[in-house]
Design a protein around this ligand. Structure first.
Ligand SMILES: Nc1ncnc2c1ncn2[C@@H]1O[C@H](COP(=O)(O)OP(=O)(O)O)[C@@H](O)[C@H]1O
Ligand SMILES: [Mg+2]
Length: 386
């Protein structure tokens, strides 16, 4: 027989019955094994990949139910069938109801019925195996997908950051233009003065001073842009000065004239705040995201006030970032940390900010809480262990 679709094990202590079964299944498309009792059956189960066990009940040594209990415990996938002249229907019904038995066949058996039942049992076994394989592949696929989503999220975060710098580009160029003009202007004047045989050294000194100050301003602008665009690599652990990080974040946002001139700032950084151990790039990302959200929320507010406060509470560093923006409705509060929740138009928001903020804070065993009132404003409180 080619193309055997399954393996069936018959167990019966009567030689006569085993012989009849051998004859009956000779031409069936399945592999067959025959055992004259429980122990012999267990040996075969140990050596072969059996799909269906069909057993007699009353046998010397080990009875059928004991055998099936062992099969269930050791080979739970195998389909179990009882074939017996036993008329203890209650016990058998019970076994079927408890999911311990697939079928019960009455002896003397009907040949056609036995063949069909066996065939169905083999099919069920194969189906279950297919299902298991499918589930396994699905799980592998899911894991792969999760990995990809994580990778993509990180890419998106990097894109979001670059886009933000793009948004500020014209403002940045404008900001760089003033110091640059001052430097060139001073150079021109110095060149003119040098043509004089006896240049006024005091004046020269003054223009050198102007050049120096403006070059420093330019350097500061460039540093804050580079600082903002830095991508987090693998996490590092270093002493992080949170106050300094906040000051640097504000320096970047100052490049925007609305932030600079239209938003009132109420900044109170507690002196001598202890350093925390962490990755300064990640901590800066947390601050950037929260400040950026506060600025966005105040776009249409009459009163625009950003509050940032640092301090200590029970040995932890506490950072409070508040705004007088549009606020968040009570029913949306639990959604804001989800990576697909944004109320901003495409190009302005991705919804990823708070999700990554929360993930980073969790990684430091910290906490983030939010309090908000629609139309009034929002307060985020971040708690980070030192
Ligand atoms: N300070 C805030 N005030 C009001 N709403 C906020 C504030 N911070 C976050 N939100 C809400 O949470 C949403 C998700 O924020 P976030 O995860 O940073 O994504 P995004 O800023 O890209 O929309 C925002 O779209 C906004 O609706
Ligand atoms: Mg955001």
């Amino acid at each position: 027989m080619t193309n055997k679709t399954g393996t069936v094990l018959f167990v019966d202590d009567e030689e006569k019955i085993l012989k009849a079964l051998k004859r009956l299944f000779r031409s069936e498309p399945c592999r067959t094994f025959f055992a004259s009792g429980g122990p012999a059956a267990l040996d075969i189960l140990n050596a072969e990949n059996v799909s269906v066990v069909i057993t007699d009940l009353s046998m010397p040594g080990m009875d059928g139910f004991t055998l099936l209990d062992r099969v269930k415990a050791e080979y739970p996938d195998i389909i179990r069938i009882v074939m017996s002249g036993h008329s203890d229907t209650d016990t058998i019904l019970n076994a079927i109801n408890q999911g311990n038995l697939y079928r019960y066949i009455v002896k003397p058996f009907n040949e056609a019925e036995l063949k069909i039942t066996t065939k169905q049992a083999v099919e069920l076994f194969n189906l279950q195996q297919d299902k298991r394989n499918l589930m396994q592949r699905l799980e592998e696929h899911n894991n792969l997908l999760e990995e990809r989503v994580e990778k993509r999220t990180n890419q998106l975060l990097a894109i979001e950051k670059k886009a933000e710098i793009g948004k500020y580009a014209s403002q940045i160029v404008h900001n760089m233009n003033n110091p640059l003009m001052a430097v060139f202007g001073s150079i021109g004047i110095v060149e003119l003065m040098m043509k004089n045989a006896n240049p006024d050294m005091d004046k020269l000194q003054k223009f050198l001073g102007i050049m120096k100050k403006n070059a420093c301003d330019l350097k500061k602008i460039i540093r804050s842009i580079l600082d903002h665009a830095r991508e987090g690599g693998p996490s590092r652990t270093e002493p992080v000065n949170i106050n300094e990080i906040i000051a640097r974040a504000l320096e970047f946002f100052e490049l925007d004239s609305i932030f600079k001139y239209k938003i009132e700032k109420n900044i109170s950084l507690t002196e001598n705040l202890p350093f925390m151990k962490g990755d300064s790039i990640q901590i800066k990302q947390i601050m950037d995201n929260l400040i950026k959200n506060a600025i966005d929320a105040m776009e249409h507010s009459d009163k625009k006030c950003l509050g940032i406060k640092t301090g200590m509470e029970n040995g932890d560093i506490i950072i409070k970032i508040s705004d007088t923006g549009e606020g968040i409705a009570e029913e949306d509060l639990e959604k804001i940390f989800s990576p697909d929740y944004t109320t901003k138009p495409v190009g302005k928001g991705t919804g990823l900010g708070l999700a990554s903020v929360k993930a980073m804070i969790n990684a430091y065993s910290g906490k983030i809480k939010v309090k908000s009132e629609k139309g009034k404003g929002t307060l985020f409180t971040v708690q980070l262990p030192v």
